[in-house]
Design a protein around this ligand. Structure first.
Ligand code: NAP
Length: 473
């Protein structure tokens, strides 16, 4: 009986993520009660915590063990399971209690769920959690969205368990309703682009520069000491070092070149297309995975479809490596610009008030896209938090200015050699479209008006008046 109301936080779901977040909390002296639908994961978690976690065997027992306002984190399978558990919890909770969904949920579901709990006065938070299993255990990047006042009750715990960088804990109040899950979704979209840029650089280094994994490890380790320093570059260097015990060669060479994907990349593309925000590098990365999965077709096509004969680069290899480095860096900046433009657009359309500089700051540690370059992004929004596009910032322009020639040369070289670089090339096209004062879309408007009477506006008439012309008479 003395245990009643003793626990500060409840965690539901003791699979890898929930268990590690709960253990992370206990490391910081937070008293946590846990529950899992089946009992074994609860027992394992309690054992791993050395008895610090309080295991419960029902939702009623979990809820009654928590102090008020109750704070309960759901770390369970995204989708219907969240709705089911929220429904079971509702009659057990009181107004002011806080339920947090830390899974990878679709942000429109989060908005709906928050509304459903509103009439009972229960606060609902959708929190993006990034950093995988290791992040959950030792410090993730957290992207909480929900009621700003209720966030004050969560802040001390979130700040304690989040990753830390020199600019503080990698968590901030993102915005109301689905803002947290939306930002996490776009984070994953940027992650897709980042991984694809690295894969394209690898393709060029391997097939055009002729580097073997041993050499690639050195190149990536060297890149990780400079402006490309990031988690993904670091792990890529480590991947090149792993040997295959069966063949004695490198393990990376033995992996089937057919990439899989879960839903968040697709969600990012879907929202961007629906909202009319261009994110071509992210979409190119999704397409690249889709095309890669058609392995048998590609093998057949490789024998049938003509292309340039693949030849080794005959010039200065060090120079080529530096050019690929620069193309990778410039492409990365443009992917941030695309992702942040999507977040900024949805933030203003939904009145979320998201601080983009803060988002770049909390991505600097704990999460998969953590990178040194994000400092420049934060600084850009510190200079002007109403930047319509990251590319307009002077500091960001400087990064691209000295590298855009190399970026173009790398894309040309890839195309001359028949090496696909869809994300780098579409990033460059985005950059060139964005800096183009006169695009050819006047012709598209004329075509639309000619075949469908869709009308157009004249450059010399600022009133916005629409005109139709009988083009084909
Ligand atoms: P998971 O495999 O996604 O889900 C398993 C957990 O969900 C188990 O605890 C399971 O309980 C519970 N569950 C499933 N259906 C349920 C239901 N109808 N009612 C109650 N509980 C139910 O676990 P995870 O990998 O730890 O991920 C948890 C969440 O974090 C997911 O939303 C995931 O997308 C997100 N996430 C995962 C990662 C990662 O790296 N894994 C990273 C960031 C975010 P039983 O044991 O009883 O089946």
């Amino acid at each position: 009986m003395t245990e009643k109301k003793e626990y500060e936080f409840g965690v539901i779901g003791m699979a890898v993520m929930g268990r590690n977040l709960a253990l992370n909390m206990t490391d910081h002296g937070i008293r946590v009660a846990v529950y899992n639908r089946s009992s074994e994961p609860t027992e394992t978690a309690v054992k791993l915590s050395g008895g610090k976690l309080h295991g419960t065997s029902s939702l009623v027992e979990l809820v009654s063990s928590l102090g008020r306002p109750r704070k309960i984190l759901l770390m369970i399978k995204a989708g219907e399971a969240i709705d089911a558990v929220m429904e079971q919890l509702a009659p057990l909770l009181d107004a002011g209690d806080i339920v947090i969904d830390g899974g990878n949920s679709w942000y429109e579901d989060t908005r709906r769920r928050e509304k459903n709990y509103l009439s009972a006065g229960i606060k609902f938070f959708g929190v993006g959690v990034s950093g995988g299993v290791d992040g959950a255990r030792h410090g993730p990047s957290l992207m909480p969205g929900g009621d700003r006042t209720a966030y004050q009750a969560l802040k001390p715990v979130f700040e304690a368990i989040a990753a830390r960088t020199e600019s503080g804990p990698c968590v901030t109040y993102v915005g109301p309703d689905g803002a947290g899950h939306f930002v996490k979704m776009v984070h994953n979209g940027i992650e897709y682009a980042d991984m694809q840029f690295i894969a394209e650089a690898y393709h060029l280094l391997k097939d055009v520069a002729g580097l073997n994994p041993d050499k690639l490890e050195d190149v990536f380790n060297e890149w990780n000491l400079g402006p490309l320093e990031s988690f993904l570059i670091e792990i890529t260097a480590k991947i090149f070092a792993v040997k295959d015990p069966e063949s004695g060669g490198y393990l990376v060479d033995q992996i089937l070149d057919s990439a899989e994907q879960k839903g968040t990349g697709l969600w990012t593309a879907r929202v961007a297309l629906e909202q009319g925000v261009a994110i071509p590098s992210i979409i190119a990365a999704i397409d690249a995975r889709a095309l890669s999965s058609r392995k048998a077709e590609r093998v057949r096509a490789s024998r049938l479809l003509p292309g340039p004969k693949l030849t080794r680069h005959m010039g200065d290899t060090r120079k080529l490596i530096q050019q690929i480095h620069d193309a990778l860096l410039a492409s990365k900046v443009v992917a941030y610009a695309q992702g942040l433009s999507l977040i900024g657009t949805l933030s203003s359309r939904n009145a979320w008030g998201i601080d983009l500089g803060e988002i770049a700051r909390i991505w600097k540690g704990g999460c998969i896209i953590r990178a040194r370059l994000l400092d420049l992004v934060t600084q850009a929004y510190d200079r002007d938090n109403a930047l319509p596009n990251l590319l307009l910032d002077a500091g960001i322009r400087e990064v691209i200015e000295s590298r855009q020639v190399a970026w173009r040369e790398v894309v040309c070289l890839a195309q001359t050699h028949g090496i696909p670089v869809p994300a780098m090339a579409s990033g460059l096209a985005y950059y060139d479209s964005y800096r183009c004062a006169e695009l050819p879309q006047n012709l598209i408007q004329a075509q639309r008006d000619a075949f469908g009477a869709h009308t157009y506006r004249r450059k010399d008439d600022g009133s916005g008046k629409v005109i139709h012309t009988e083009w084909l008479d």
